[in-house]
Design a protein around this ligand. Structure first.
Ligand code: URA
Length: 450
């Protein structure tokens, strides 16, 4: 006699247990979990447990594909085919002081490639593009799809967050991962990034996969694994994708903290700014323009980018985007209009020598402690606080010379941040043996022969 069939109803607890025990989840189980969470039918604590099981047990390729697809289809997928230029975006896996998106969107748009950018908030010790943009008084990262498309049509770039309409599953999962120690999984990072990016209606994507002490993927091997996972996912969906493995063993640029980073973005768009930040922005621009079909080679794209900065066109485009998204465009000429912390404090070097390393994750954590990031989901960020670095790895430093300045609004938080920064900066008698490259390697079929 055949067994009666048991009706299959979705139960979060079964999916959590199955992943905890290391078994492979079916597409239906993953879709069930993502859909129930997006609709608010299962609580944060169950999804947190499932996320932790994924961090510990990993995911197979079919599971990763199912998760990406479920997150992508949790909302609308934009059709931007009516826009004439190619649509190209860039996304970073997260770093400290990484403000390249704010430079790239207007710069690449000024070259004639459209940049529809859906970004995230701060995650763990890393900063988030949305929090940086929101430090500009009035800037609205919550545009409707119609408004997003309007801004894109007018100025060639628009920058928003995951919404109730686009990638809503990532919006909820991202906020939960931020505060539950569940960021550091290549499978979750891949699904989070690729679901947002594939929802944007892009033709091509440049990924900036960070490696080093301030990255989620500390070793180059782990960064390459994540890069390959994302490139494979994008190519499966018919997109041109290239991933640059770039260095995050020390913060990028000198400023860390939301409003401070906007100041540095404006410096770069004016043709100044720190060398490492400028160099990475131009390299990523070169790739975006090359994949966007407006330059024959990456090198030519870099040159075009440099010209658009020196002519002032990229900065004008940034100002236009800020205004179209409701932000105060006067901050570009007068950065004092950005939120300013009440106090600042220097962190002097305890000895003379060379700055040989920085524990970059701890520097990012120091900024979170100051209030520049979140420790709980419901926390709001303080846009004004942050850290300005006066030294980079390899620089000489005298005893008592400031390595950093902390911008703060609360004494106790500043004291904790100072301890972390002091413990993170290693000053030695001899300079570091070798300089780490800014670009480690390039991954992806679209990256061959350029
Ligand atoms: N950026 C994202 O959008 N998601 C992640 O999980 C990590 C970095």
């Amino acid at each position: 006699m055949s067994q009666p069939t048991v009706p299959q109803t979705f139960r979060a607890i079964d999916v959590i247990r199955k992943k905890r025990d290391g078994a492979e989840l079916s597409r239906a189980e993953i879709e069930g979990l993502v859909s129930a969470y997006t609709k608010g039918e299962i609580p944060d604590y169950q999804v947190s447990a499932w996320l932790m099981a994924v961090v510990l047990k990993g995911m197979t390729r079919p599971e990763t594909a199912a998760l990406t697809d479920a997150m992508l289809h949790s909302g609308d997928v934009l059709d931007l085919s009516s826009l004439a230029p190619k649509k190209v975006d860039k996304h970073s896996t997260g770093g400290v002081g990484d403000k390249t998106s704010l430079v790239l969107a207007p710069l690449v748009a000024a070259a004639g490639v459209a940049v529809p950018m859906i970004s995230g908030r701060g995650l763990g010790h890393t900063g988030g593009t949305l929090d940086k943009l929101e430090s500009i008084p009035g800037f609205n990262v919550n545009l409707s799809v119609a408004e997003f498309c309007r801004v894109l049509e007018i100025c060639g770039c628009a920058m928003i967050g995951q919404t109730a309409e686009i990638a809503p599953a990532d919006r909820k999962l991202y906020a939960l991962r931020d505060v539950t120690g569940t960021v550091e999984s290549p499978y979750l990072i891949c699904a989070s990034i690729m679901s947002k990016k594939l929802a944007e209606g892009i033709d091509a994507l440049v990924l900036d996969v960070k490696t080093g002490s301030g990255a989620f993927m500390k070793s180059e091997k782990d960064a390459a694994f994540l890069a390959e996972l994302m490139v494979e996912t994008g190519e499966r969906m018919g997109k041109q994708v290239v991933a640059l493995i770039t260095d995050m063993d020390q913060p990028l640029g000198n400023m860390i903290g939301n409003a401070l980073e906007v100041v540095e973005v404006v410096e770069v768009l004016r043709g100044g700014g720190p060398e490492d930040l400028r160099e990475l922005c131009l390299e990523l621009t070169g790739w975006m323009l090359h994949l966007g079909g407006v330059s024959n080679t990456v090198a030519e794209g870099k040159q075009q980018g440099a010209k658009l900065i020196s002519s002032g066109k990229a900065l004008q485009r940034f100002q236009q985007m800020v205004e179209l998204q409701g932000g105060d465009p006067r901050v570009i000429d007068d950065p004092k209009r950005l939120p300013q912390a009440q106090y600042n404090m220097q962190v002097p070097s305890l000895k003379a020598g060379y700055l040989t390393s920085m524990q970059c994750e701890q520097i990012g954590t120091a900024c979170v402690i100051l209030g520049g990031g979140r420790e709980r989901k419901e926390d709001s960020v303080d846009p004004a606080v942050g850290i300005v670095l006066h030294k980079k790895v390899g620089d000489r430093v005298a005893a008592g010379e400031p390595i950093a300045t902390i911008h703060y609004n609360a004494e106790a938080k500043a004291a904790r941040a100072r301890q972390l920064i002091e413990a993170s900066c290693l000053v030695s008698d001899a300079p570091p043996a070798a300089k780490r490259p800014l670009i480690h390697r390039v991954i992806g079929k679209s990256g061959e022969n350029n």
